[in-house]
Design a protein around this ligand. Structure first.
Ligand code: ZN
Length: 498
């Protein structure tokens, strides 16, 4: 095996896959042909290559070992995904073509999510959610079942006891120890969560927490009452100005393409595509206005800046592979601006009192998400434990409804799943970001976002791509390791102090 050629081809495979994703999910191409790309690069993902790279990993030390570990994850993930390549296309295309009935109108399934989160009438909102769930059960779940079942079987074929064990090995992470940490978060925030969400739901929707659904949270998160501060047309200028203040001129990043055009089949959720790091990065958003839109823009903007600032001199493994908790952490770091009272006053012209209220609200939303991901990790460890998938829909509903104290539709049990335990990247990223925030407050103060030095500091961190894992970056900043106490304390303080 020629490892130099392997890296080169792997990079061009990723280029084609990411470009295809970009075109499809930005609504510029109805079909999606991931399967054809897998066919073209079939040789990358063979058992022989897995063994070859594993051998390099086992025999080498330090830098070479780490690069081999990143490459082994790429190769093995590609190997099992290749077996379901046609299903990947089918899942995306079925979803793009699906329509559901809302008030007698046929509405694209993807767009119905926007209608649901904007629907103020609970009865109508519940009906949209029920129709979505019905569609998922009738049209998507059979394919998703085959998809997960095949991946589970492939993990066993590779000699692992189940899919969880395979990914724990590839990511070099102990999922159970992370789950134990998240159990601590759940316990320590339980009373606070219940108390504050009970009053939030009563205040905003006039309903009891026990009668609420996940879709009610989506509506609350949309937070229309703050819309006047989050106008659609101001989104890009505020984003650009905020970066400019910290010395980052995004207009000079010829490699970051902002796609803000409205298209019917564009994914309503903002996303970032990185076909070529750092040369070709897409920041895709369908601006609708609203606080969650701004938050998504800052989050995806964080990814774009991270990969767009990555040094082109780094090896392929460090630019394109590695620990994704790092990029998620940088995305959360930008998103965190929405939880900075002074930033809201400076950039969104909120009054100090309103900014205080908004920060409280925004931290409640974050707490909801942290608890949801604690539940997701617990559920995904069950889904991928090697036992049959049948019957796990009720386990999904029970675990997720239990952490958020809101009813989740069980039909989502195969769809609301992050492949390859991506959920642990978000969890570690929240922890990483709360420690990074602590560091930046100490070094640059609460208004770090106004300091060119803080911008330079971030640019330096970004330039390393994903060469260092989240824990390694933290150890360079004098922390011992990832420590969940920072995340728990910050959530509790921000909510209690209101
Ligand atoms: Zn992200």
């Amino acid at each position: 095996m020629d490892i130099i050629k392997y890296r080169k081809d792997a990079e061009s495979f990723l280029y084609k896959v990411d470009k295809e994703h970009y075109l499809h999910f930005s609504g510029q191409k109805d079909s999606i042909n991931i399967s054809g790309i897998y066919d073209e690069y079939k040789y990358l993902f063979s058992r022989k290559n897995i063994d070859y790279i594993k051998n390099i990993k086992d025999k080498s030390t330090s830098k070479e070992k780490k690069k081999a570990a990143y490459l082994l994850k790429f190769c093995t993930e590609g190997y099992i995904e290749r077996q379901v390549k046609d299903l990947i296309d089918k899942i995306a295309e079925d979803e793009a073509q699906a329509k559901i009935d809302i008030e007698g109108r046929k509405v694209p399934f993807r767009y119905s999510e926007i209608l649901m989160v904007n629907e103020p009438d609970k009865i109508k909102r519940d009906r949209i959610e029920d129709n979505r769930s019905k569609k998922i059960a009738e049209s998507f779940n059979d394919t998703l079942y085959t998809y997960w079942d095949t991946l589970h079987r492939k993990a066993v074929d590779l000699g692992f006891s189940n899919y969880s064990e395979l990914f724990s090995y590839l990511k070099e992470e102990d999922f159970y120890s992370l789950q134990a940490k998240m159990e601590r978060l759940l316990n320590e925030t339980q009373d606070l969560y219940e108390k504050h969400f009970t009053s939030l739901l009563e205040r905003e929707l006039g309903i009891c927490l026990k009668d609420s659904r996940r879709s009610d949270f989506s509506f609350i998160k949309r937070a229309k009452k703050y819309d006047r501060f989050f106008k659609k047309d101001n989104l890009i200028p505020i984003f650009t100005d905020a970066l400019f203040e910290m010395g980052i001129d995004i207009s000079r990043y010829g490699n970051i393409h902002l796609d803000v055009e409205e298209r019917e089949n564009k994914s309503p959720r903002a996303f970032c595509c990185t076909p070529k790091v750092p040369e070709e990065i897409y920041l895709v958003i369908m601006p609708g206005g609203g606080q969650d839109d701004y938050e998504a823009m800052l989050h995806e903007g964080g990814h774009s800046l991270h990969f767009g600032s990555t040094s082109s001199k780094l090896d392929f493994e460090y630019r394109c592979l590695g620990d994704n908790a790092v990029t998620e952490g940088y995305a959360f770091c930008m998103e965190q601006l929405m939880k900075n009272r002074q930033w809201l006053v400076d950039f969104l012209k909120m009054s100090p009192e309103l900014a205080r209220e908004f920060v409280y609200f925004s931290n409640l939303v974050k707490l909801w998400f942290c608890r949801r991901y604690a539940g997701k990790l617990k559920y995904e460890l069950t889904l991928h434990n090697g036992k049959p998938i049948d019957g796990k829909d009720s386990i999904y509903k029970e675990i997720l409804s239990d952490v958020n104290l809101m009813e989740y539709p069980e039909e989502n049990y195969l769809r609301d799943v992050d492949g390859g335990f991506y959920c642990t990247n978000y969890i570690r990223a929240w922890i990483f970001q709360s420690q990074l925030k602590e560091y930046m407050y100490r070094k640059f103060d609460y208004n770090w976002y106004k300091k060119k030095k803080a911008g330079l500091f971030l640019k330096e961190l970004w330039s390393y791509g994903q060469k260092y894992s989240a824990s390694e970056v933290l150890s360079q900043l004098d922390f011992k390791s990832l420590d969940i106490s920072y995340l728990i304390d910050s959530l509790i303080d921000e909510i209690r102090n209101f």
